[in-house]
Design a protein around this ligand. Structure first.
Ligand code: FAD
Ligand code: NAP
Length: 538
């Protein structure tokens, strides 16, 4: 039992969607004393940091929001299908004000380390502002896509122009007018940024390492009648997305792509293509992630679209993805991405055909033996996903064992929410939970509510610590891997597979429940209903 009173019942790290709701839930539902530490200078997380041109959500806004506040679902009016970063940040600021969250948040403060005091069963938390506080529970709401990946390009320090990483863009914006700009990367971020930058810049050069299967977002205003109908049906919508595969109102076609006739398939593909958004990824034939033959049919359709959109056949071939299965990297949604390569001021430098980046020079980037000169370079090189921000917490659990060490060969968790040897630590949308394989607010709310119930239960039953057993954790990790090994996902060098970071151990990071986020929710609820099966409580 604990023999010392902590400064806080819970410390929550991060003030994005996850940390905001975690604070609200622990403080206002359980009456706990909570402190949130956030490195940024306000709430928002992803939507505070990612201010690159064209930054907007890819989930439809009517479900990319909190659902716990039913009145707000009725009151809030999104202006577009996929609102831009400033609008989402405004929404999160509004939620913070409405629920008086900021009074328990300390901004511009990074948690630098935390260690478990086994004698008192408390976490001692240290920050870069000099705080040293104790807490019974430690909730990592640090984000799955928050730890920037800035590859160590040779010569970067020599560059005389200005460079930015997309997730650390200046708050004042960047004026690309009359500038020669280089963009490195062609992931979901670059796919949003490139068309916007190309409109402003004098000249834009895009450095592509892997071509991407982009599908149209079909961005725009939403019909007011549709908005009205959705507001009238929010209870139904919330139930459906919570029980769904991906936290969205998309459902796979319950048959094999190989069973459909070519005409029927073409009709279905057209339908998904025209619907835009995640339809092509998530309302596709059910064997798309499992059968290479079925997958090839989807991939061929997108390749045809690229070839008909891009006018120069040589450029088109560079933009056609090859060597990996469709959908096994995160689906980028585009607005005029391929069309942008028809502009006279846009050049594509493809690593496979033109040569990869060799170094950054004083004037720009050398790739394939050629030097490209720039005023501005934008690195859209992504994140050390899912484990990066957690490892950076420098957690020391039982026996002083570090998370870094515990995860030396990839993440090991139980349900993606807890780690053996790290008592009372909860990881919202942590590795080996559905997390990034979902419309994330749905997964975030599920984790927050599960954690709240768990802590409530512990307090009511007089328990001080909870941690998964090594056996339950090992079984979970095996289960995660067994499922994913039956799909096409493991054959691709994606960030899901940890392949985007040099030296990161290859491991599939999220969890793909065969029944999606709805199935995973059921599993977590069963664990709780069975007395927190797989956990040791003391
Ligand atoms: P985050 O929003 O990442 O917040 C984590 C916070 O923790 C950050 O503010 C960070 O500063 C803070 N933090 C981390 N470490 C520390 C530390 N040591 N000390 C103090 N503070 C710390 N998901 C979707 O489902 N749909 C979308 O359309 C979508 N669009 C996206 C667009 C972009 C550009 C990106 C990058 C991601 C997108 N995502 C999307 C994923 C998005 O990250 C989640 O939807 C959601 O915003 C995550 O919220 P979070 O609170 O868990 O994490
Ligand atoms: P990303 O998907 O990891 O893409 C990074 C890009 O940079 C890739 O093209 C990658 O090439 C390239 N790259 C990385 N290191 C490189 C190097 N050393 N040399 C050359 N090229 C290099 O990152 P992201 O685009 O920022 O997206 C990350 C995730 O954030 C997305 O998958 C998505 O989940 C989320 N996101 C969501 C939205 C949205 O929903 N609106 C928008 C943006 C981002 P390789 O492909 O070869 O690795």
């Amino acid at each position: 039992m604990a023999n010392s009173t902590p400064d806080f019942d819970a410390v929550v790290i991060g003030a994005g969607f996850s940390g905001m709701y975690m604070l609200k839930s622990l403080r206002d539902n359980l009456g706990l004393k909570v402190r949130v530490y956030e490195a940024g200078d306000t709430v928002g997380g992803t939507w505070y940091w990612n201010r690159y041109p064209g930054a907007r959500c890819d989930s439809d806004a009517y479900i990319y929001c909190f659902t716990f506040d039913k009145q707000l679902l009725q009151e809030w009016e999104w202006t577009e299908r996929y609102p831009e970063q400033p609008e989402i940040l405004r929404y999160l600021e509004h939620v913070a004000k409405r629920h008086d969250l900021k009074r328990d948040m300390q901004f511009s403060t990074r948690v630098t380390s935390a260690e478990f005091d086994e004698k008192n069963n408390l976490w001692m938390v240290h920050t870069d502002s000099g705080d040293e506080v104790t807490a019974r529970y430690l909730v990592a709401a640090v984000g799955s896509l928050s730890h920037t990946n800035m590859p160590q390009f040779k010569g970067l320090e020599r560059f005389k122009g200005t460079w930015y990483h997309t997730s650390r863009f200046p708050h004042t914006g960047v004026d690309f007018t009359a500038k020669r700009v280089g963009v490195v990367g062609t992931g979901a971020t670059a796919v949003q940024a490139i068309p916007e930058i190309a409109q402003q810049a004098k000249h834009l050069t895009v450095f592509q390492r892997t071509a991407n299967f982009c599908v149209p977002a079909r961005h725009g205003k939403v019909d007011p009648e549709v908005i009205k109908a959705r507001k009238a049906d929010y209870d139904g919508i919330v139930k459906r997305i919570r029980e769904s595969f991906f936290g969205q109102e998309h459902y796979f076609i319950p048959k094999s792509a190989l069973e459909a006739t070519p005409e029927e398939r073409e009709r279905e593909f057209d339908k998904m293509w025209d619907a835009g958004g995640f339809a092509f990824w998530l309302a596709n034939y059910q064997d798309m992630f499992f059968s290479q033959e079925a997958n090839d049919l989807c991939a061929d359709y997108i390749k045809r679209k690229i070839r008909t959109t891009v006018q120069d056949p040589v450029v088109a071939e560079k933009l056609v993805p090859n060597g990996y299965a469709y959908g096994t990297k995160r689906q980028p949604l585009d607005t005029n991405y391929f069309e942008t390569f028809n502009k006279d001021n846009v050049l594509l430098v493809d690593a496979a055909t033109d040569g990869g980046i060799e170094e950054i020079t004083e004037k720009g980037i050398r790739a394939g033996g050629n030097e490209y000169e720039f005023d501005i370079i934008v690195f859209a090189t992504g994140f050390d996903a899912m484990t990066g921000a957690l490892k950076a917490l420098n957690l020391k659990g039982r026996g002083g064992r570090t998370l870094e060490k515990a995860w030396a060969d990839g993440p090991h968790s139980y349900l993606g929410i807890s780690v053996a040897g790290f008592p009372n630590v909860f990881t919202i949308t942590g590795p080996q939970s559905p997390s990034v394989l979902s419309n994330m607010p749905v997964s975030i709310e599920q984790h927050v509510e599960w954690i709240t119930d768990c802590i409530d239960n512990m307090r009511q039953t007089g328990k001080t610590t909870i941690e998964p057993t090594s056996q339950a954790q090992d079984q979970w990790v095996s289960h995660v891997n067994e499922i994913i090994n039956a799909t096409l996902m493991t054959g691709t060098n994606s960030w899901y597979m940890s392949a985007n970071i040099a030296d990161k151990p290859r491991a599939f990071l999220p969890y793909l429940d065969p029944e999606g986020v709805g199935g995973y929710r059921k599993r977590c609820d069963e664990v709780a209903a069975n007395g927190y099966e797989g956990f040791a409580l003391a």
